[in-house]
Design a binder for this molecule. Sequence first.
Ligand SMILES: Cc1cc2nc3c(=O)[nH]c(=O)nc-3n(C[C@H](O)[C@H](O)[C@H](O)COP(=O)(O)OP(=O)(O)OC[C@H]3O[C@@H](n4cnc5c(N)ncnc54)[C@H](O)[C@@H]3O)c2cc1C
Length: 400
Amino acid sequence: MRRPPMPTPPSVVIAGAGPAGMVLAYQLVGRGVPVRVLEQHPDFEREFRGELIGPSVLPALEQLDLVGTLVERGLARTDVERQMFVGLSRRVTLPGGTERGAVISQPGFLALLHERCSRHPHYRLDFRTTAMRAIREGERVVALETRREGATDRVDGDLFFVCSGRQSKVRKDLVTLELDEKPDDTLWLRFDLSDAPHALPSAVEVHMFGGGVVVVLSATTRSRLQVAYSAPGDVGALRKDLPRLRDALLPRIAEPLRSILAAKLDEHTESQVLRVAIDRLARWHVPGLMFLGDAAHTMGPAGAQGLNLAIRDSIVAANHVLDAIAEGRAVDDTLLAAIEAERRPEIEAAQAGQLRAYGMVQKRLAVQHVMFTILAAVMKVKPMPGFVSAPVMPKHATRA
Ligand SMILES: Cc1cc2nc3c(=O)[nH]c(=O)nc-3n(C[C@H](O)[C@H](O)[C@H](O)COP(=O)(O)OP(=O)(O)OC[C@H]3O[C@@H](n4cnc5c(N)ncnc54)[C@H](O)[C@@H]3O)c2cc1C
């Protein structure tokens, strides 16, 4: 771990206080880099989001001294396994299908990063502030135009990271997509099971029922159960048709959970339709500005990877930026290109893996049984790329 004295660092602006933005902010701020974060929401309470941190990220978060605090606060459950099933009960091994990791509360995680960053005077986070577009001088981005409570403003800086996720406004103006796939949408439901905690699954369970139907059960840190239901067709319409939703979902959940959810599933159940996208920018940077996380490469829910890959992007980006500052090198387009070059192969493999997984779940149930038997045998000899990655670690100690 290096602790060199730092020359004057650039002032960094980060659009989006999600996992990519806040993990990046935490690492930079902890090394003396001035950071201003812009977040459109008024707080960290978020819609449905990924909560499973896998083994490719957990060691880095432990090194950054985050996991222990989350566990102490009851905001993380460690040693959680992700299990794959064909149908209700046949356990199968898929690429990455038996990972162990930690389920974290995303709001709790982001709030902890903000709390730690706030100890430093050179950190600022503006809630309710939406980054609208990049302002350029010549080729170089020199500011972001923002909207806050109806007023337009601009935020200047030396270096911009756009971490504003899959709906990123800034990306639409600046860059084009080289991959743009739209697999079946997913309906997310959330149930409060604090009255029946014994029924919460200890693992994250992925059940495949053939013909594109997948049900994922995942207990969150607050005794709540997230249920994701993916199927061909309009899951948005299904959400509005309670009898049809009950018929589609409940038979695909094993007892005793089925009866508990049957009693709870009604028109007040928290829900959200996720328009699933797997996309990737042709180029992740322009002079002065770089996209990271879902803003650079939106991931689908398959394999629970988007959160992990977003955090890995930020660790790699921080390593490059802090290396350059420490060595007195310019934080310029060459550096942004180096970040993209390091991250791109893993992202391309992961997205190809997700598209393969979506192809697999479309098969009929009987075909899936055969397919996963063969796959498990093949994988013993030759692991498939795209799901399992070695950890990336922060190179610079963060002074919390
Ligand atoms: C329903 C759902 C379930 C998922 N399940 C999993 C899972 O189980 N495992 C997994 O690994 N991944 C999962 N993912 C994916 C994972 O949540 C994302 O890949 C991950 O959150 C990406 O992090 P990010 O920081 O890049 O973007 P985001 O988490 O999307 O964060 C972007 C942030 O930017 C803010 N923002 C957006 N636009 C602007 C703007 N113009 N100006 C300022 N701020 C802005 C947003 O409010 C948000 O706070 C899921 C995603 C969804 C939607």
